[in-house]
Design a protein around this ligand. Structure first.
Ligand code: ADP
Ligand code: MG
Length: 703
């Protein structure tokens, strides 16, 4: 019987009910799924390494005998570090495991058992070691032809030999000897990529790529290790290509839409506002604004992302963009993710724009009943020219008169639907999204690949670098002493805790209890407490008092995280900093260093904190630049963290790596955009299967 790409896995020779269950658990249901279960590494059997010759940083494969299997507790936690000690005549090397690959994994090893270890050799605290290597049992001689062999994620109930046999069967019948023709079924492996793209970018056919990723070519051994083999390149290209094609089509869609161009050459209100400011715009603010003004002159709606590090002055860019359209008789709106932030923008807008005769409204969930009705009425009449708010803005009863600019601040906090709802408050309004979560260039091209991007890569003058320290909890009293000194000098402070309520399982400091302690510690100052469980009115009240310096020390949970701007605050203490991710830490630190005072950020670490948490703290100490931190984060943990809800398109990467495969990403992007410019609606015959695939993958119906 022939095998097709959609042949259920249990019909493949050698796969019984038991094995098909093992596969099913890994999400492998068909022959095609199996081919897309890529090796996680390769092992070069020819390299006759001995342990003493191993070099740090190499991915290597070495033969040896098991000398000892042991485990020790990890810090004070209940987890254990397992170690398999391997030796040969030249030396010995530990293999460390911080988790158990599967139950019974370590019990398999017997002392004196001959094994082959493959992994990257690292040095940690002066000890050369492998961490989570692949360890295979060697029984008898290793066959000669297996000079370069693929390694798959270790799976209980599926031996490497068995897996290899099944994969080879599929490759033989689906790729090497596919059925020649069958009107009812798809034969072989479909390849939607147009020929011209394959030849321009020198790409293998898809079936060959799938074959050679599982049956590696020994003469390309070095390339396989670096993910640069032809087969890997083609499959990585594919992963990027589909995403980029989706984005290119989206972008083409924006450009097709029509809107009223807004040409404001005089910019009278803008000049008036600029004259009143106590500072001048930074070059980067200036540049971003020019890009925004130019976009709005077009007859199709702007879709632009303003990316700027925390404190780079994005609010002003938003307000000036709003003024640009307001002056021409239109309305603008700014949506922010939290009430604290919406309130802050509103106060700012009122202060700066009302003197110019601009009417500003605030809409949050706090504005209710009659008051809300009235505000909505005036929005609909066009009396309010700028409307600032939270999610409360996207409710049905909010109807604009002439909305031509929709701005979303801290856009990563919003979902796709919310963004789209705001956009639909106008008739193809210009659309500006802002984020203070810096994203490395590679990531921007994938996540925001449909948007034009302005980068504010310059901080206002006079800012001093924030001094960052990470300290263990035994230094807490010193830290609080220092904090007291700063407050005595007239500054204000933040103390941030990860949780509101004490949780039994995690012995975390509780912001509420700690607040009382801190108030006792500083009887001469007013301490405030801010957390998510407070009513909005209470939150606003506290924030306003903090802004007016009626509160000197603000104890808070992460509700303070985004956007809040109090330039007089110059010290931030983050308790249990091990509980926070890098981008969150960066956001938190961004609450200080906003004025001209020298600023400090202290990351408190508990003794139990993991090595990763300590590394994160170190990254924070080392870098102030959000882009650098984002890059470190991306390398350490992959793209998940800073993307918020926009990450859907990235979840599917199996092989591609945004850091390592930058070059391929650029090529895939170029190819996708080229394709869309040649055939904007994918109408050509040669692009039909591609169009279908795109619709399948992204539900992106091409009209
Ligand atoms: P973010 O980019 O994090 O949203 P904000 O817009 O809150 O930053 O601005 C941070 C602070 O910098 C605010 O107090 C703002 O008034 C001030 N600011 C903005 N632009 C400038 C500038 N060009 N020069 C000096 N200060 C500025
Ligand atoms: Mg902001």
């Amino acid at each position: 019987m022939s095998i097709y790409i959609d042949t259920p896995i249990q019909y493949i020779k050698g796969v019984g009910p038991k094995l098909s269950e093992v596969f099913r658990k890994r999400g492998i249901l068909t022959a095609g799924d199996l081919l897309h279960w890529y090796p996680r590494a390769y092992q070069d059997q020819r390299a006759a390494n001995n342990i003493s010759s191993l070099q740090v940083g190499q991915t290597v494969s070495v033969k040896g005998r098991v000398l000892r299997v042991s485990s020790v507790p990890m810090g004070k936690s209940t987890r254990r570090i397992h170690e398999v000690l391997i030796g040969d005549s030249s030396g010995r090397i530990p293999c460390k495991f911080f988790r158990t690959p599967y139950r019974g994994y370590f019990e398999r090893f017997k002392v004196e058992q001959e094994v082959r270890v493959t992994g990257k050799l690292i040095e940690y605290r002066g000890i050369k070691q492998f961490q989570h290597p692949t360890i295979e049992m060697i029984s008898g001689e290793e066959p000669e032809e297996d000079a370069l062999i693929p390694l798959y994620t270790e799976t209980d109930g599926l031996s490497p030999a068995k897996l290899k046999k099944i994969i080879n069967t599929v490759i033989d019948q689906l790729i090497d000897h596919p059925e020649v023709e069958n009107k009812e079924r798809i034969v072989g492996v479909p390849d939607e990529l147009p020929k011209w793209i394959k030849s321009t970018y020198d790409l293998l056919d898809r079936d060959k790529a799938l074959k050679y990723i599982h049956q590696p070519l020994v003469d390309q051994a070095a390339s396989y290790f670096n993910f640069e083999a032809d087969s890997q390149k083609r499959l990585i290209f594919d992963e990027f290509f589909w995403l980029e094609l989706h984005l290119a089509m989206k972008k083409a869609g924006y450009e097709k839409a029509r809107t009223q161009p807004i040409v404001n050459d005089k910019k009278m209100l803008i000049s008036q506002l600029l004259k009143k400011l106590p500072f001048t715009l930074t070059g980067a603010q200036e540049r971003s604004l020019q890009e925004i003004y130019e976009d709005m002159k077009n007859p199709h709606p702007m879709h632009r992302l303003v990316q700027g590090d925390v404190g780079s002055g994005k609010t002003l860019v938003a307000l000036l963009s709003a003024l640009y359209v307001i002056e021409m008789g239109y309305q603008a709106t700014i949506m922010a993710p939290t009430e604290i932030l919406a309130e802050q923008h509103y106060q700012n807008a009122k202060k700066l724009l009302e003197p110019l005769g601009v009417q500003v409204a605030l809409l949050t969930s706090q504005v209710k009943g009659k008051k809300r009705e009235q505000i909505c009425k005036y929005i609909q009449m066009g009396e309010f020219q700028l409307v600032v708010g939270t999610h409360a803005l996207i409710q049905e009863d909010v109807i604009f008169n002439k909305l031509s600019l929709a701005i979303i601040d801290e856009q990563h906090r919003f979902g796709v639907e919310q963004r789209s709802l705001l956009k639909h408050k106008g008739d193809e309004p210009h659309f500006l999204v802002m984020t203070a979560t810096p994203i490395p260039r590679t990531l921007a091209m994938t996540v925001y690949g449909d948007l034009d991007v302005s980068v504010i890569d310059e901080l206002p003058q006079g800012r001093q670098p924030i001094v960052t320290r990470s300290v263990f909890e035994n230094k807490r009293s010193k830290v609080f002493e220092f904090l007291g000194e700063q407050v005595a000098k007239g500054r204000q402070a933040y103390i941030v805790y990860p949780l509101v309520e004490e949780s039994e399982s995690m012995d975390l400091k509780n912001a509420t209890a700690e607040y009382e302690n801190i108030q006792k510690m500083y009887p001469n100052y007013k301490v405030g407490l801010l957390h998510g469980k407070l009513k909005s009115e209470e939150k606003d009240q506290i924030m306003r008092s903090f802004k007016r310096n009626e509160i000197q020390i603000l104890v808070s949970t992460t509700v303070i995280e985004v956007g809040v701007d109090v330039p007089n605050a110059n010290i931030m203490v983050i308790e249990h900093s091990e509980r926070f991710g890098l981008s969150q830490l960066h956001q938190l630190r961004g609450r200080v260093g906003r004025g001209t005072h020298k600023s400090y950020c202290v990351l408190m670490l508990s003794y139990q904190s993991s090595q990763e948490a300590r590394d994160r703290a170190q990254t924070m100490v080392q870098y102030l630049d959000g882009f650098k931190i984002a890059e470190a984060d991306l390398e350490q943990r992959g793209p998940g963290e800073f993307l918020g809800r926009r990450q859907s398109g990235l979840a599917g990467f199996k092989l591609a790596n945004l850091v390592r495969d930058m070059k391929i990403l650029m090529q895939a992007r170029k190819a996708a955009f080229e394709l869309v410019s040649k055939d904007p609606f994918l109408q050509q015959n040669q692009h039909q299967s591609l169009k279908q695939q795109l619709e399948l993958k992204y539900h992106h119906y091409v009209g």
